[in-house]
Design a protein around this ligand. Structure first.
Ligand code: G3I
Length: 319
């Protein structure tokens, strides 16, 4: 049994974020990726800065390589991400914009990227992290210059470019019910009321083992998303461990991964379970969280960890 077979059996594809470098340079990386994961997403290659470095100039090489790998291996794809405040190119952050010119630039960016991968990317993170850590609209360049309507515009542009793609709002720190999750649900409900083509909420699930969400709060939040008629996808799962990594912490990490997956299965509207990387040797965690590591399902020697085995675990009652 592989994670890929598990995902296919349960209708919740298990996926991984992919970095173009290791994909091309590390045989163990791409062997695990092809064998174990039924869905891939680009960790960085489709973000605006990397893929659209100058007006009218596109750098599709890395994104195309990942899309081609997924096609060769019959894997689904999530597109990440069309509108974000990070990893923006200087021509955006340093430009002299007015509302109409930036709105046009954003529409052209989205249209070009979504059209290029039409039919190969099943779901897009259209807008990423538009709600800040205080549950307020994040004051990004998009919101400052275009206004709050940038979110609706982005979804409509993406839908026009590929009417078959599922369109998600994606964020972190909102896995369990709470102020930020509440704000995201209000945002989603407003978009739906206005007939905006929003199909789901992406819960990034960048978790810390020493600060896990309340699982009953996660169950509540998944139910509220379902009650809005929306899908939910776990989009960037890692469960970082404060060093030193010990067998007890790895067992606790396995329990957390299994609980989240069980909640997704129970929710009934969960349609993807994506980890933010193939293995610990190619993870963003140690570079961004000093003193933490080991957030993924395969260790630095590309061996399956307890969290991997917990996901496969003893046979479960089929949904
Ligand atoms: O590609 C350049 C390289 O040319 C340069 O030499 C090097 C040193 O400056 O930087 C490289 O770019 C880095 C890029 O990752 C690719 O490795 C950026 O500096 C670095 O900031 C960037 O980090 C990414 C981070 O988003 C940026 O905020 C992480 O890899 C990526 O895992 C992380 O992913 C985000 C999701 O997109 C959204 N959710 C949160 C998640 C974690 O922040």
């Amino acid at each position: 049994m592989t994670l890929r077979a598990l995902g296919e059996a349960e209708g919740i594809p298990v996926g991984a974020a992919v970095a173009a470098g290791p994909l091309q340079a590390n045989a163990r990386y791409w062997r695990i990726l092809g064998r174990e994961f039924g869905m891939v997403t680009c960790e960085n290659a489709m973000k605006m800065g990397p893929v659209h470095p100058a007006p009218g100039r596109w750098a599709f090489r890395d994104a195309d390589a990942i899309v081609a790998f997924a096609a060769r291996h019959g894997q689904g794809m999530r597109g990440h991400t069309l509108v974000w405040h990070n990893q923006l190119p200087r021509w955006i952050t340093g430009g002299r914009w007015i509302r109409t010119t930036l709105a046009r630039a954003l529409d052209r960016h989205i249209t070009t990227l979504v059209r290029r991968y039409r039919g190969r990317i099943g779901a897009w993170d259209v807008v990423n992290e538009a709600v800040d850590d205080h549950a307020r609209p994040r004051p990004t360049i998009w919101r400052r210059v275009i206004g709050p309507g940038y979110i609706e515009q982005a979804f409509r542009s993406a839908h026009a470019a590929d009417p078959d793609a599922l369109l998600f709002y994606n964020d972190y720190g909102a896995e369990a019910a709470g102020r930020k999750a509440d704000a995201i649900l209000r945002l989603a409900a407003g978009l739906l009321r206005r007939g905006v083509p929003l199909h789901g909420i992406g819960l990034q699930a960048h978790l810390a083992l020493d600060h896990l969400p309340r699982w009953d709060g996660v169950r509540t939040n998944l139910r509220r998303i379902r009650d809005l008629g929306l899908q939910v996808q776990v989009t960037e799962l890692d469960v970082r461990i404060r060093l030193p990594v010990t067998p007890a912490k790895l067992r606790a990490q396995a329990d957390a991964v299994r609980r989240l997956h069980d909640l997704c299965r129970e929710a009934g509207n969960c349609t993807a379970f994506v980890t933010w990387g193939v293995g610990d040797a190619a993870s963003w965690v140690p570079g961004f969280f000093k003193g933490y590591d080991a957030g993924l399902l395969f260790d630095r020697a590309w061996r399956a960890k307890p969290a991997y085995r917990a996901l496969l675990g003893p046979p479960r009652r089929m949904r």
